[in-house]
Each structure stands twice: as C-alpha cells, then as structure tokens.
Design a binder for this molecule. Structure first.
Ligand code: PEP
Ligand code: MG
Length: 592
C-alpha cells in the first residue's frame, strides 16, 4: 500500500471491544506456513516419528508455560481454553492417527498432520452444537502451532518479550493462546483481519476492556511495524498514520474516557434512582452470553433485551430446541441479573441468516421479517419458544415478541406459545406457567392501540430504533437520510408518552430498549415520561445512572411539559442541551 495514500487512512471493521487506543503497530506476521510433503525411506520413519513426538512435547511445554505466566487474574479466567488445547494435543486419537499415517503411508510429519487435521476439521463442520463446532478452530490453532515448530523448529508463540512500550497488536487472527500469552500491560489494542464478535480475541478483549476492531480484511497488509494507529472500539474505526490534529483529538477523548472509567465503575454499583426517589430499572441489551461479565461489572439489574438473532447468524444449521434451551438456561441461572428478556427471532430488515430462506424483497424492512416470519415458519418459532419455556423453569425469563403491527399477530404468537406450553405439560417438562409475555412497540400502528394491547400482554418494550425508522420513513442504515433520524421528533415523543400512559392505565410496565435509552442527553425526557425500565449497551449504564441520580423526577416532568410545547426536534434538543450543560457541565460541555 502506498504510504502517501495511507496518511490518516481510515479503515472500517467490526467494533468488538469499546474504548480508544493509540499506539505503535506490533505486527504479528504469521503468514501461511508452507507444508512440504515428501515420502520417507524405511530407515527415516522412526526419526520422523520422533520429530513429531518432540514437536508435540514442545507444544505442550509452550502451552503450559503460557498458562503459568499469565500475567493477570482476569485473563486467568480464560485459561481453560489453553487446557482444551492441551487436551486435544494429548488426545490419543489425534496423536496416534498422525503417527499411524506417517508409518503406513511413509510420509513426513507435516503431511500426516495435515491429513489428520483436515479429517478432524470436516467432522467438526458437521457438529450441530455451535459451541462444539467452534472448537474446530481450536484444532486449527494447534495445527498451526505444531506446524510452526515442525517447519521452523523454534518457539511458535509470539515473541511478547520483544515488545517495547505499549503497542497495538495487528494480526491476521489471534489464537486464544496468543491473546492470553501477551503481557496485557503492554497491549493497548487489538486489530485483526478476520474475526467477529464471537471470536476468542473479541471475547477476551471485551472482558479485559482492551479496545478492539476485527474483520478489517487486509489490515496486516496495510500497516508496518512502529507506525501509529488509532483504534476506536466503539465506532469500529482504525486510523493508520493519523495526522497530528486527529491524534490530538483522539488523545483528548482517550484521556477523558480513562478518567471517567474509574468513576463509572463506582457508579455502576449504585442504585438507579432520582434525587427525589423515583426508581427506574436499568437493564442491558446483549447479543452474546459472553457479554454477561460486562453486564455484571457495569451494573445492569437485568437483561432488558437479549437479541437472539446471533444464535441463528453464527451457525450453518438452524438451532434446535435444545440449542436454545442450553443457551437460555445459562441466562436463567445467572444470579448476577434479576431477569432476562428474551426477544424471539427478529430476522429480516437489516439482519439476515443464510439458513432461513426469505424471498428477495424490494423492501425488506417492511417485508417478511421478525414475528411475521416466525408465524409463517412455525417450526423455527416453536423450537425457540419451547427452548425458552424449558429454560424458564430455572430462573426469571421473560418473552418478547418483536415487530408486531397489530392485535392479530399478538394473539397468533400467544396461541403458538400456548400450544407449546400444552405440549410440554403433556410431556411433563417443567416450565414457568407464569412467564411474562411482552411485545416490542416499534411499528407505529401499535402506538395507536396501546390501550388495547395493554390488555393482552404483561409488558411493552419500545424499540425506538425501528419506531423512528418507520414513523419518519427513514432507513435506519442509510447514511444519506441519517440527518432525519430524530429521536426528539415531536411525533416520536408523543408516541412514547401515549405508550407509557396506556400501559400504566392498563397496569403494565414499559421498557425502552432502542439506542435512545443509552443516550445521556435524553435521560431527563425518559424520566419525565415515567418509563419503568431503560435497557442499553452495558458500557453506557454508568453514564446513564449518573444522570438519573443527578436529576429529580419532578423537574423532569416539568421539562417534558416544556419540550412538548416545542415544534421540532432541533428546538427540543437546544433546550435539553442548555439544561444539561448547566446541570452536568463535565458531561455535556463539549457537546457530549
Ligand atoms: C429497536 O428497534 O429499537 C430495537 C431495540 O431492536 P433492534 O435494534 O434489534 O431492531
Ligand atoms: Mg427493532
């Protein structure tokens, strides 16, 4: 890549771990190791076998020493992955298979290893269980390690000791051993070509709060050692060779963030209550079980929204009832949170899964998606509902139906749920008979009938991301119309107010789980509108709690009255900013 072209070059990847890192690149250039294949003479076979055994022994030693030298208690929690690698390495089938093939076919160790690993990998591919299937990746990591030792005859891990100062690790991919082995005091961020939110690097990075952006495609080909990069783990942006003013901008942001973080972790543990004693629950939105550590650390009372699409997106086959059950049971049994709201499949629109055939539609956001799809594809829906019900026996789960547009859909979804309950009862499978059922209020039509819907369900959850999209007729992922995306639009605020008022008149609770809930600026409005719960990305919980604790609800109600007299979102925002800057100068002075 031309250096000039790459001054201040901005790359966009998947944000997987929040925060900003600025540092020098430490490029882990692994490259592909060429596997030489050759046949052996009879007298070479034993020597070759010994070479393979020595490589395995060396790998075991390496992994054990990585485990022993884990520098941090937090990281140690993830060392079980290394144990899994050790087990595979010492697995008799794996080990003996390689030796057996070497002896029978008279081929070198690398070649035999290649054959055995390919066989293992293709069996893993077929495994139903997503967790087990992912273990195929572990076999691959072991293969790479053994290969490096066999080919190069030297330590296969990264030379973490060679790292000077704090660096940003840039790699094609990082094995769990690579990640764990690093002295994390020296790592300020991770950037990789491949990977997604579920890859080990991402999980570890999040648990350790090291900013990370993955899935950048060719970043390893674009940067060189010692070049400066900025990682924005919230935006998924990596800036290579930033201009001095860009660096200054991010540096200031980073300093602010780290000073705030300490304070936030303290606030996370405090009650979510206004100065005049109004309690509002603060929950977390999650997509992965692995996020539960963060949810706990950042002080969520419950899971206000578990987006289950990722269960479908991350696998090649459809999840079975038992797949669902195992995942939801873990949530049900997690005592760190008081409740978990499981939203049934919300595929379609901006979320797709290759395993579910949805016809090509001109306008997918308004097409066969979410609850409409579930009501049509009953087997998919029933597997999920039965999985949730089974798990509900073990702890406080709630069910949430997405994208309903009217009463018929609610009744239909509930009827399917009732059938699942009848079946489970007949099969003598225990479940929570009183499980709470809610609906997302995110299609504008529902806001006009919340009085009726409140009789039919136990709670509402307002999905402002979609509600704003459909109300204002703007595609939520289309950058050209993003300027029209206004949460403070008078019609949006009126819809929220009507939803809450009707819900309370019908004696049910309302959560707001769109992005709007996690925006500190909007907190006084949401408090004034008397929502019962706000659910958001866990990282923003302390920020929102801080604002909640600094406000009085009676003031918020007055402010809402004034906001409702404004004719546009811009006017409302100006008023809000003025008020918030006066009350929380450190949070809003710079237009935060
Ligand atoms: C919403 O629409 O506001 C919502 C929370 O759901 P999602 O973003 O998953 O569509
Ligand atoms: Mg939605």
């Amino acid at each position: 890549m031309n250096q000039e072209r790459f001054q201040n070059g901005k790359l966009k990847g998947t944000p997987v771990s929040s925060g900003i890192a600025i540092g020098k690149v430490y490029l882990l250039e692994r490259g592909r190791i060429h596997v030489s294949k050759y046949t052996l003479k009879d007298e070479q076979v034993e020597k070759e076998t010994a070479r393979f055994k020595a490589a395995v022994k060396r790998s075991v030693e390496e992994l054990n020493s990585i485990k022993d030298s884990i520098p941090d208690d937090e990281v140690r929690k993830h060392a079980f992955i290394i144990d899994a690698h050790l087990l595979i390495l010492q697995d008799r089938y794996f080990y003996n298979d390689v030796i057996d093939i070497m002896r029978r076919q008279r081929i070198n160790a690398e070649w035999a290893l290649d054959i055995v690993v390919s066989k293992f990998l293709s069996s893993f591919e077929k495994v139903e269980d997503p967790y087990l299937r992912e273990r195929g990746q572990d076999v691959n990591y072991i293969y790479q390690r053994l290969l490096r030792i066999l080919v190069k005859g030297k330590v296969s891990g990264m030379d973490a000791k060679g790292i000077k100062g704090k660096v940003v690790i840039v790699a094609h991919d990082l094995s769990p051993a690579d990640t764990i082995q690093l002295d994390l005091n020296k790592v300020s961020g991770f950037v990789t070509d491949v990977g997604g939110r579920t890859s080990h690097t991402s999980i570890v990075a999040r648990a350790l709060e090291i900013p990370a952006v993955v899935g950048l495609g060719t970043v390893t080909g674009l940067v060189r050692n010692n070049e400066t990069v900025i990682i924005d783990g919230d935006e998924g942006v990596v800036i290579v060779n930033p201009a001095p003013e860009v660096q200054r901008e991010y540096l200031a942001k980073q300093v602010d963030l780290s000073a705030q973080r300490k304070e936030f972790l303290r606030i996370a543990k405090l009650r979510s209550e206004t100065k005049d004693g109004f309690r509002i629950r603060v929950g977390a939105n999650i997509e992965l079980l692995a996020e539960m550590d963060i949810v706990e650390r950042y002080g969520a009372e419950g899971i206000g929204l578990y987006r289950t699409e990722y269960i479908y997106l991350s696998r090649k086959t459809l999840p079975t009832e038992m797949d669902h059950y195992h995942i939801y049971r873990k949530l049900a049994e997690n005592r760190a949170v008081k409740y978990t709201t499981i939203r049934t499949l919300d595929l379609g629109g901006d979320k797709f899964a290759s395993k579910i055939e949805v016809p090509k539609e001109i306008n997918p956001a308004m097409g066969l998606r979410a609850i409409r799809l579930c009501i049509k594809e009953l087997d998919i829906f029933r597997a999920q509902l039965r999985g949730i019900l089974r798990a509900s026996f073990y702890g406080p789960l709630r069910i949430l139906f997405p994208m309903v547009s009217g009463m018929d859909e609610v009744k239909r979804a509930k009827a399917v749920l009732r059938e699942c309950m009848d079946e489970l009862r007949a099969e003598q499978v225990p479940f929570n008979e009183e499980i709470e059922i809610g609906i997302m209020i995110e299609v504008p039509s529902t806001t006009m009938i919340t009085d009726l819907l409140a009789r039919e369900v136990d709670f509402f959850s307002i999905g402002t991301n979609d509600l704003i999209q459909y109300t204002l007729a703007i595609d939520r992922v289309n950058e050209y119309v993003s300027y029209l995306y206004e949460p403070l639009h008078p019609s949006v605020l009126r819809m929220i107010k009507k939803t809450v008022d009707d819900a309370h008149a019908g004696k049910i609770e309302v959560c707001l789980c769109g992005e709007m809930a996690g925006e500190p600026l909007y907190v006084p409005i949401l408090l004034g509108l008397e929502l019962d719960e706000l659910s958001m990305n866990a990282y923003v919980i302390p920020r929102v709690k801080k604002i909640i604790r600094g406000l009085g609800q009676s003031y918020c109600k007055e402010l809402v009255k004034e906001i409702f007299s404004k004719e546009s979102a811009k006017e409302s925002e100006a008023l809000l900013r003025k008020e918030m800057t006066t009350m929380f100068p450190e949070d809003f002075a710079r237009g935060a």
